[in-house]
Design a protein around this ligand. Structure first.
Ligand code: GLA
Length: 436
């Protein structure tokens, strides 16, 4: 007899095998990463200090539930084949460190590399994948950012990049199976957006799509440009990773204006990128912190019903579908569990009106009107019929959530309008796009 219990257990096994081969993280990961603010100047008290501020500032409550170590936590050489945590930086050992992070209410993450060395010159995991997964798991980490520096010659790997990342994915799956624990979540750090978006999801829960981000508008605009061509690759369990958040960062003399930081945060969140803060929270200004705390924007990034990213429906200054790292696509929309979200980017240096017909977005229903919610001002801005115009500051953004408000009012005189004029016709075949 094929019992229901047996069927349920088979289904569970299948689902689990799937998860082991791929990833365990449905939604984009929210948290902190040490690299952009501290690079190699990390130690347990620096990181715990950041975690404490995450808690007291409300970031943990807002959903930033992970704290990740990046490069430079280890000794330069392995001991007995194992990666060893640097005892000066982590005097109480790595296990105690992760326990302290967890005691504050966070998940944890660590970093390694698919080559001989990490980008900072510390031991990489190539050829040591199984040993290192065991080390990371014993230390208490649940997430692994996996980089692409110092890669072995082809005569050693006989593999492409995918092959080197697969080795780690398989080591993670094997360890989880052996120990009957959840697999470590794997995040790829491989900077080639053209290729990685195609294979990243077969091994990992996220994949970087660019070189390292910097706290300058040029860097933000260029990443948005790259992402505009691959946005549909993000969905539940697999995300384009646009790199760490530079909201309020001042490294290398950089600093985004408030408007630029809002654009950056809106794009990252609505494109369903992981949101990993890369700022020194001890020095971040309140107005920048408030950007990270925008719950209406975070809610879209963490939408449990709609996993897809926003996509451009018109490029704007730049011709449609043409790459331009200074003037990326300006008009974007996408579905959310509560309505249709629009992101309007002003890539110019000065304020500009941005106008569009609602039905340029695939997600809007023709013949309907929509309530408009401003996700930065947190105000309800009346009802939109057919089109919208918003004046947006230079390098700034408008993020609007449109919710259905019923049929268009007859009083607007909009009967016999067509969202798409081509082929729109009366019942007896009179075409509106062909003059009688
Ligand atoms: C690469 C990555 C960064 C960071 C450093 C660490 O540059 O892209 O995000 O992890 O390595 O060395």
């Amino acid at each position: 007899m094929f019992s229901l219990a047996l069927l349920a257990s088979l289904l569970l096994t299948c689902h689990r095998a799937d998860a082991l081969n791929n990833s365990v993280q449905k939604l984009p990961r929210l948290g902190y990463n040490t690299w952009n603010a501290f690079a190699c100047n990390i130690n347990s008290s620096v990181v715990l200090g950041q975690a404490q501020i995450m808690k007291t500032s409300g970031l943990l409550d807002a959903g930033y539930t992970a704290v990740h170590l990046d490069d430079c936590y280890a000794n330069l050489n392995r001991t007995d084949g194992k990666i060893v945590a640097n005892a000066t930086k982590f005097p109480d050992g790595m296990k105690n460190f992760t326990n302290s992070i967890k005691a504050l209410g966070f998940e944890t993450g660590i970093y390694s590399d698919s080559g001989w060395l990490t980008c900072g010159g510390y031991p990489g995991s190539f050829n040591n994948e199984a040993t290192d997964v065991e080390t990371f798991a014993e230390w208490g980490f649940e997430y692994l950012k996996y980089d692409n520096c110092y890669i072995p010659f082809d005569s050693v790997t006989r593999q492409n990049e995918l092959g080197r990342y697969q080795r780690m994915a398989e080591a993670i799956a094997a360890y989880a199976k052996k120990t009957k624990t959840l697999p470590i979540s794997l995040a790829l750090c491989e900077w080639g957006w053209q290729q990685v978006q195609l294979w990243g999801k077969t091994v990992a829960q996220s994949w970087r799509v660019d070189d390292d981000i910097e706290p300058f508008w040029s860097s933000i605009a260029s990443i948005i440009n790259q992402a505009s061509f691959i946005a549909p690759q993000s969905d539940f369990y697999g995300h384009n990773d646009l790199d760490m958040l530079q909201v309020g960062n001042t490294v290398n003399g950089g600093n985004l204006t408030i408007e630029e930081a809002r654009s950056h945060f809106t794009a990252w969140a609505l494109l369903k990128s992981p949101l990993l803060i890369g700022t020194d929270l001890k020095t971040i200004g309140k107005d920048y912190l408030n950007i990270l705390l925008n719950k209406e924007i975070i809610a879209i990034n963490q939408d449990p019903v709609v996993g897809a990213s926003i996509t451009p429906f018109r490029w704007g200054i730049n011709p449609d579908l043409v790459s331009n790292s200074s003037h990326p696509a300006q008009y974007w929309s996408g579905q959310t569990q509560t309505g249709v979200v629009f992101m309007l980017l002003n890539t110019l240096d000065t304020p500009a009106p941005l106008s569009f017909n609602l039905t340029e977005s695939w997600a809007i229903r023709a013949g309907r009107q929509y309530h408009v919610r401003d996700l930065w001002a947190h105000t309800d801005n009346g009802t939109a019929v057919r089109n919208l115009t918003v004046t947006v500051p230079g390098h700034g953004v408008a993020a609007l959530l449109l919710t259905d408000a019923g049929d268009e009012p007859a009083s607007a005189g909009l009967e016999n309008e067509c969202a798409v004029w081509s082929q729109c016709s009366t019942h007896n075949g009179t075409r509106l796009d062909i003059p009688a």
